[in-house]
Design a binder for this molecule. Structure first.
Ligand code: SF4
Length: 361
């Protein structure tokens, strides 16, 4: 891209910083969010992405397991939860989890998250992990958000560190990084007041990192948050990453309002919004190695385009995932290895099958 184009987009100074390998500031982050020149922004993000990963795009043979939709947190943005006793509520037993995961090719990564169930005992979570770990010893168990870890600490009376040690002994390899939403007290009060605070989420992530459990980090965007709050969220993650180095991947999640009580007031994000959020994240998060184009929320076609806007990870095969399905956001149930590779190759990149820790397999 000609430097004239970058200049016209008002991004010349940021371009120079990127070329010099300098860290971008809060003001730079806002400026990037405010530009209308999506192609110039995407070009900058792709430059950084190529510096980090060349033409490689990662994917994993994975499975999702959402063990319960019963939840006491009642977040306003969530279409997935059901109250205890609801006829649509469910809990998957450890045996049933193993049975479901046994269908299809053996996964390399199993992603396990669920609602904050008020009655499931602490032992359920340990038994669930042990059963899945025993049945699939080759798979890394990526389980429980910081919100669930906080809940487990409360119901067991153990510290976060003790809970994580117990889960690790039962087979836990890493944490998926959900439940962060957006680190804004203002938004938390309006949309998810019962959920843990930003400080608690970050503290739990740091504890996991200290114990050798890497995590991802997410951001739910496209609801009530301002661009300043988005930038702040990214910078808080960057600060923790400077301290621990434990975040493997950043996963931006567009809010899917369709089946939530907010559908009248909030419109779904647009492709422009999704791509610019990915690109700005790639540029601000200079210390988090990977950026995920989560096709489950973005849709397959936009996720493929996102590879040109900073993303280097197309997630995986997925198969059974109930959370986005409940939100009306799914266009595909699952993708095969062949489909993922085709999407990556067609976009001009080289597919690399990975394990949960981004090691090529
Ligand atoms: S987002 Fe998570 S914690 Fe909030 S209601 Fe939904 S399942 Fe429960």
């Amino acid at each position: 891209m000609r430097s004239e184009t970058i200049k016209r987009a008002g991004l010349a100074e940021i371009y120079e910083k990127i070329e010099a390998g300098e860290r971008l500031s809060r003001e730079d982050g806002l400026k990037l969010f405010q530009t209308r020149d999506l192609l110039a922004l995407g070009w900058l993000a792709r430059r950084v992405r190529e510096r980090l990963h060349g033409r490689r795009v990662y994917y994993v043979l994975n499975r999702h397991l959402n063990y319960t939709n019963i939840c006491e947190n009642r977040c306003r943005f969530c279409a997935y939860w059901r109250p205890p006793g609801d006829p649509e509520g469910y809990v998957i037993s450890p045996e049933e989890a193993v049975r479901r995961l046994s269908e299809g090719p053996p996964p390399r990564e199993i992603h396990i998250v669920g609602g904050v169930h008020p009655e499931l005992p602490y032992t359920y979570y340990l038994e669930l992990l042990s059963a899945v770990h025993e049945a699939f010893p080759q798979a890394a168990l990526k389980a429980f958000t910081c919100v669930e870890i906080d809940h487990l600490s409360r119901i067991s009376g153990k510290s976060v560190e003790e809970v994580l040690q117990d889960l690790k002994a039962a087979g836990l390899s890493c944490l998926p990084g959900g439940g962060a939403e957006v680190f804004s007290e203002r938004v938390r009060e309006r949309l998810f007041p019962r959920k843990i605070s930003a400080e608690r989420w970050l503290e739990i992530a740091k504890t996991a990192h200290r114990l050798g459990l890497p995590t991802n980090a997410t951001m739910l965007y496209g609801h009530l948050e301002t661009l300043e709050e988005r930038v702040d969220h990214l910078l808080r993650l960057r600060e923790v990453q400077d301290e621990t180095g434990g975040f493997l991947c950043f996963v931006p999640l567009p809010f899917l309002p369709e089946k939530t009580p907010l559908r009248e007031e909030i419109k779904p994000t647009t492709g422009f919004e999704d791509l610019r959020t990915l690109a700005v994240a790639r540029l601000l998060l200079d210390n988090i190695p990977h950026l995920k184009a989560y096709w489950v929320f973005l849709g397959v076609k936009l996720a493929q385009l996102a590879l040109h806007f900073g993303a280097d990870d197309l997630h995986g095969t997925v198969v059974e995932e109930r959370i986005s399905e409940a939100s009306g956001g799914r266009e595909a149930e699952a993708l095969s290895r062949e489909e993922l590779e085709r999407l990556i190759r067609e976009a001009g990149f080289e597919p690399v099958e990975r394990d949960a820790f981004y090691r090529p397999v």
